[in-house]
Design a protein around this ligand. Structure first.
Ligand SMILES: [Fe+2]
Ligand SMILES: [Fe+2]
Length: 374
């Protein structure tokens, strides 16, 4: 069977997208792939889970919403979108400030890895499953993520680098998460992904002078894909009320805190990137947290209190601890050991500080489905 297509953007399935000719050309990928291979608390990971347990999900309790969502995804409004066209401006990579270039490539590599991490997990669920509802959903989501990753790689290739996705699939370490943790983590990463992309898109609509790369023009359709993926996980969680009640609410709080904290620390590692976008990273974090919290009320009975007086100062302590930890990594001998121990302890204390802030509780609506509203 010949499943070669010209571009991942035009592919109808994940297999076609990964076999597309734009996926094949790997340019000087060592640096970028090495970056994508990193497994730290702050870098995107690859996940594996109990696929049989996920395959056993019965979506009957949410059938009506489910069929509507799958129908929308099958209609595939973004087919053909994720490739360069006449709106793609020339990028002066040579003339870009070195610090900005470094941070922007880091941003693209990390985004590409995160997109591909979703692709790998969803594709594997599709491959292992036999439940038609589940297999269909995961095939559609894997298709989208393969297009997203392929498009970022197109952008990277102009800078003379790209992430070797085939190599990553085989060699990157996989972290095991129980299905319920996959739901919390993936639901949140899809919804926070939506909030991040749409916040940048709207900001650049108002301030087009800060659009220093054409990829940002693609963010609106992009974030709509992520929004639908998040909707699917919301419906999956709705099939079993236990997932969002009782002791599991503590797990939801844990994942909310971890996802928000990680985003804050990671974004603050890229000051030049945010300066070029004309975005204050503290403002951006607050905007993204607010949107994600509002959306996540569709399924989570709690939200983090991001207006609590301890929230912002504790986030800043977490961030400073991570800066010192990274500095200690570069030292040698006792300075390194003490620096790392001190930094880790302060980061852990800051995380506990965030985790002990009382949450806001609310009633989850009967109707789960939302449409992108920002
Ligand atoms: Fe994506
Ligand atoms: Fe997604």
């Amino acid at each position: 069977m010949n499943i070669q297509t010209t571009h991942s953007a035009d592919a109808s399935t994940v297999e076609e997208a990964l076999a597309a000719d734009n996926q094949g050309a790997v340019v000087d990928s060592e640096g970028a792939t090495a970056l994508a291979m990193q497994n730290t608390l702050l870098t995107p990971r690859f996940y594996t889970t109990d696929f049989d347990e996920m395959d056993a999900i019965d979506v009957s309790p949410v059938r009506e919403d489910w069929d509507k969502l799958i129908g929308q995804m099958k209609a595939d409004p973004n087919k053909g979108h994720f490739k360069k066209n006449e709106d793609w401006d020339h990028v002066d990579w040579e003339g870009m400030e070195p610090a900005l270039k470094r941070e922007f490539i880091d941003f693209l590599v990390s985004s590409c890895t995160a997109e591909f991490s979703g692709c790998v997990l969803y594709k594997e669920m599709k491959r292992r499953g036999s439940n038609d509802d589940i297999v269909t959903l995961f095939q559609l989501m894997a298709r989208d993520e393969a297009r997203h990753a392929g498009f970022i790689n197109d952008a990277l290739r102009e800078a003379g680098v790209s992430v070797n996705l085939g190599f990553l699939t085989q060699k990157k370490k996989y972290t095991y998460f129980r299905p319920k943790f996959i739901y919390y983590a993936t639901y949140l990463s899809e919804k926070i992904g939506y909030a991040r992309y749409i916040t940048i898109f709207r900001h650049l609509e108002e301030n087009p002078q800060h659009r220093f790369h054409p990829i940002f023009k693609w963010f609106r359709e992009w974030c709509n894909d992520e929004f639908s993926h998040g909707e699917a996980f919301a419906l999956l969680m709705k099939t079993d009320p236990k997932l969002t009640s009782g002791r599991n609410v503590w797990w939801i709080k844990f994942f909310l805190t971890a996802v928000y904290g990680t985003m804050y620390v990671r974004d603050h590692q890229r000051p030049e990137f945010h300066k070029a976008l004309g975005v204050d990273p503290d403002w951006y974090a607050y905007e993204v947290f607010k949107k994600t919290s509002d959306i996540s009320k569709q399924v989570f009975p709690i939200t983090l209190d991001i207006d609590h007086p301890r929230w912002q100062p504790t986030l800043e302590r977490l961030q400073r601890a991570n800066v010192d930890l990274a500095a200690a990594e570069k030292k040698t001998g006792l300075a390194r050991i003490w620096g790392k121990a001190g930094g880790s302890a302060r980061a852990a204390l800051a995380f506990i500080g965030l985790f002990t802030i009382p949450v806001k509780r609310h009633t989850v609506p009967v109707q789960t489905r939302l449409e992108p509203a920002y």
